[in-house]
Design a binder for this molecule. Structure first.
Ligand SMILES: NC(=O)c1ccc[n+]([C@@H]2O[C@H](COP(=O)([O-])OP(=O)(O)OC[C@H]3O[C@@H](n4cnc5c(N)ncnc54)[C@H](OP(=O)(O)O)[C@@H]3O)[C@@H](O)[C@H]2O)c1
Length: 250
């Protein structure tokens, strides 16, 4: 089966491409570096010719509110139009758990991406994932105020990118759900506690402060804003195991 992975050179994209190739599929790892650009449309028609499945794992180069909305809207429109012309039979995209329950600019952009997919008429599966463990450093940096890291005690359930890629590959090989599936890490705990464990394991001296008013990329975080409310497929790699693996790699 020919599968095109848009953003196939990214964190989740490169791992998903490797899993699918191991399964014997013909996989195109598409990205601007390989001449496929969903914003300009460059190379899309050629990459999609004969593809049955497209997995959209592209990410915006800028997380600024307006730029990220423009990215996901333009990219989504161009990609879905090219897929319709090529007769693609399953569109898979990676979104975020709680994207419709928080009010930050990045989440709004992902909601816009999801709406385009639902309206496209192409059979689809949207995977909503919790935050990647690889993103914990970025979260700490965005919440830092000097030596203090202010974080909400809202529940948090990060997932390792290896577990995300495994789920994305499984979903891509299954029949379209025409709906949403949710995935999350195996442990759920307050946001401030997980980031504190992460910084401590790294020997990072910054202190994490529990702050119910702290915002997540500008959005309010209630107790269950960022965790699945219903059934979710859980990853196997817990935070301690992920820390061990990342430190061994480093
Ligand atoms: N971070 C999280 O915690 C989280 C949680 C849930 C869902 N997600 C979603 O997961 C997805 C993948 O994230 P990631 O962290 O794996 O992304 P990433 O590592 O930043 O990779 C982004 C990929 O997008 C490609 N790309 C950028 N502009 C493009 C364009 N105009 N056309 C085609 N491809 C383009 C990049 O290609 P180049 O290498 O050529 O630049 C790269 O392959 C995103 O949609 C994100 O919203 C993230």
């Amino acid at each position: 089966m020919k599968i095109v992975v848009i953003g196939g050179t990214g964190l989740i994209g490169s791992k998903t491409v490797a899993i699918l190739r191991q399964g014997g599929h013909e996989v195109v790892a598409a990205s601007p570096n390989s001449g496929v650009n969903t914003i300009t449309g460059e190379g899309l028609k050629e990459a999609l010719a004969g593809a049955q499945v497209v997995i959209d794992l592209a990410n915006s180069p800028s997380f600024e509110d307006k730029a990220v909305l423009e990215f996901f809207e333009t990219s989504g429109r161009n990609l879905l139009a090219a897929e319709a012309a090529a007769g693609v039979r399953h569109h898979v995209a990676l979104s975020i758990v709680g994207t419709d329950r928080s009010d930050n600019g990045y989440f709004r952009a992902k909601v816009a991406q999801e709406k385009l997919i639902v309206a496209s008429g192409i059979p689809y599966t949207i995977i909503r994932s919790t935050q990647f463990m690889e993103f914990l450093g970025g979260i700490a940096a965005s919440s830092a105020d000097g030596n203090l890291v202010r974080l909400s005690p809202g529940l948090f359930q990060p997932i390792a990118s290896d577990d995300v890629a495994a789920s994305v590959a499984d979903v891509a090989l299954a029949a379209p759900r025409n709906g949403i599936v949710e995935i999350a890490g195996p442990e759920r705990a307050p946001f401030n506690e997980i980031v504190a464990r992460y910084l401590k394991a790294l020997g990072d001296p910054r202190e994490v402060v529990r702050d119910p008013e702290a915002r997540y990329f500008g959005g309010r975080v209630e107790e269950k804003s960022l965790v699945p409310l219903g059934e979710a497929r859980l990853g196997r790699i817990g935070l301690d195991e992920w820390l061990r693996r990342s430190q061994a790699k480093a």
